[in-house]
Ligand binder design. Structure first.
Ligand SMILES: [Zn+2]
Length: 369
C-alpha cells in the first residue's frame, strides 16, 4: 500500500512538474508562446551534413566581407514565392486570400510599410530599416508553365514537426521547387505548438525554405491570436535570409549574455521575450533602453514585433548578394516571355565554387551553436 501511494505520488509530481522541465507536446500550445525550431534544424544539419559546416563558415566570411565593403544594395529586389499547402483536414487547406494576406504582410514588413511601426519607442526609431525586399507569388512554375504560385496536397499525416517530412512527397508532404528560383513556403499543421522553422542559407537544396503552421499564416481565415498578424513568416524568412535570433541563442545556458546575433546595432540581450513586454525591459546591462523586443527576430507576439534594424537589413543584403543571389535572376516572376538575366547565376556559381573548396576559406567565424 505504501509503495502504491509512493508511485502514485511520483506520477502526480511528474505531471505537475513536466511543463517546467522542458518541452512536452501541447505545453506551448496551451501557453501560446512563440516557438521556432530553426536552431534545432541548424544544429542537426551541423551534425549530419558535413558540407553544411563549411558552407556556413563560407557564408559568414562572405557576410563579413560584404559588410566591411559598406556598399549596401540600393535597388529593390523581388523574391518569387511558392506556397505549398499540405492539408489533412479541410480547414488546413487555407484559402488563396489567406495566402495573399501573408504575401502582403511580408511586403509591408520588409519595406517598413507596416502601420504598427509607430509603436517603436522613440529611442529605437532610427534603427528601423526598409530592407528593400519584396515578395510575390510565382507566376511561372519550374517547367515554365503558368502558375498561381500555390500547390495543394492532401496528406494522411495529422501533424508534422521539424523533421522536414512535409518537404517530401513520399513522407506525406510536397517536394520543394528549385531553391535557386523560388522561396519555398510550406503551410501545414505543425504539432506541439510549434509555429514554424526555417533553413539558413547553405543547407541542402531539397529542404531549403520555411515551414509555417496553418494557424499562424496570414491575418485572416485560420490565423489565430496571438499569432494572427503574419509575423511568423516575417521571422522565419528572416532566418532564411541569414538572420539569427536577436538574443544570440545563448539562453537557457551558462553565460546568457555571451552570445550574439552577429548584428552590430541590436542591443545585447539575455533571453527571448515572450508575449508583449513593457518598455523598457533591461537585461545584460543594456539599460536604460533595454532589449529591442519589438524586433521581428525576438519571440514576442505578432502584435508586438514590428521592425528589422539597419544592421539586420545589411546582413540580409549580404545573403542576397551571396548565397541567395541566384533567386534574384529567377524567371519565376517573368511571365511575358522575357528570359532571365544571368548575372545573379554567375554570382551564385562563384559562391558555390568558393564553398566547395575552389578558393581559400577562413573558418574562424563559424557558429556552432
Ligand atoms: Zn526563429
Amino acid at each position: 500500500m505504501k509503495t502504491s501511494l509512493f508511485i502514485l505520488g511520483m506520477i502526480i509530481f511528474s505531471l505537475m512538474t513536466m511543463p517546467l522541465l522542458g518541452y512536452s507536446p501541447g505545453t506551448y500550445a496551451q501557453e501560446k508562446k512563440r516557438i521556432c525550431a530553426t536552431m534545432e534544424v541548424h544544429d542537426k544539419l551541423l551534425k549530419t551534413v558535413p558540407a553544411y559546416k563549411d558552407s556556413r563558415a563560407a557564408i559568414e566570411n562572405l557576410t563579413r566581407d560584404y559588410l566591411l565593403r559598406g556598399a549596401l544594395r540600393t535597388e529593390i529586389v523581388k523574391i518569387p514565392v511558392v506556397v505549398h499547402v499540405v492539408y489533412n483536414t479541410p480547414d488546413q487547406n487555407i484559402s488563396d486570400d489567406q495566402i495573399k494576406s501573408q504575401i502582403r504582410i511580408l511586403n509591408e514588413d520588409y519595406r517598413k510599410l507596416n502601420a504598427d511601426i509607430s509603436i517603436v519607442p522613440s529611442v529605437f526609431q532610427t534603427l528601423a530599416a526598409d530592407s528593400k525586399i519584396e515578395f510575390a507569388l510565382a507566376c511561372r512554375g519550374p517547367e515554365g508553365k503558368p502558375t498561381d504560385g500555390i500547390t495543394r496536397t492532401k496528406t494522411d499525416v495529422a501533424s508534422f514537426t521539424y523533421d522536414d517530412a512535409v518537404k517530401f512527397t513520399p513522407s506525406g508532404g510536397m517536394d520543394a521547387w528549385p531553391m535557386d528560383k523560388y522561396l519555398n513556403m510550406w503551410v501545414c499543421n505543425l504539432g506541439g505548438g510549434l509555429l514554424g522553422y526555417a533553413q539558413f542559407p547553405g543547407g541542402p537544396a531539397g529542404t531549403d525554405g520555411v515551414v509555417i503552421t496553418y494557424t499562424a499564416f496570414g491575418d485572416i481565415g485560420t490565423a489565430s491570436p496571438p499569432f494572427n498578424k503574419g509575423r511568423t513568416a516575417t521571422h522565419e524568412v528572416g532566418h532564411w535570409l541569414n538572420l539569427f535570433h536577436i538574443w544570440g541563442d545563448d539562453c537557457p545556458g551558462g553565460d546568457q549574455c555571451g552570445g550574439s546575433d552577429d548584428v552590430g546595432d541590436t542591443p545585447n540581450q539575455e533571453c527571448s521575450n515572450p508575449g508583449c513586454p513593457t518598455f523598457p525591459h533591461v537585461s545584460c546591462d543594456n539599460g536604460p533602453n533595454g532589449d529591442l523586443f519589438m524586433d521581428y527576430m525576438d519571440y514576442t507576439d505578432d502584435a508586438c514585433m514590428v521592425m528589422f534594424t539597419k544592421g539586420q537589413s545589411a546582413r540580409m543584403d549580404a545573403a542576397i548578394s551571396g548565397p541567395r543571389s541566384a533567386i534574384m535572376s529567377s524567371d519565376g516572376l517573368k511571365c511575358n516571355g522575357a528570359p532571365p538575366c544571368g548575372q545573379g547565376s554567375i554570382t551564385a556559381l562563384a559562391f558555390v565554387l568558393t564553398v566547395y573548396g575552389i578558393g581559400k576559406m577562413r573558418k574562424k567565424s563559424i557558429r556552432t551553436k
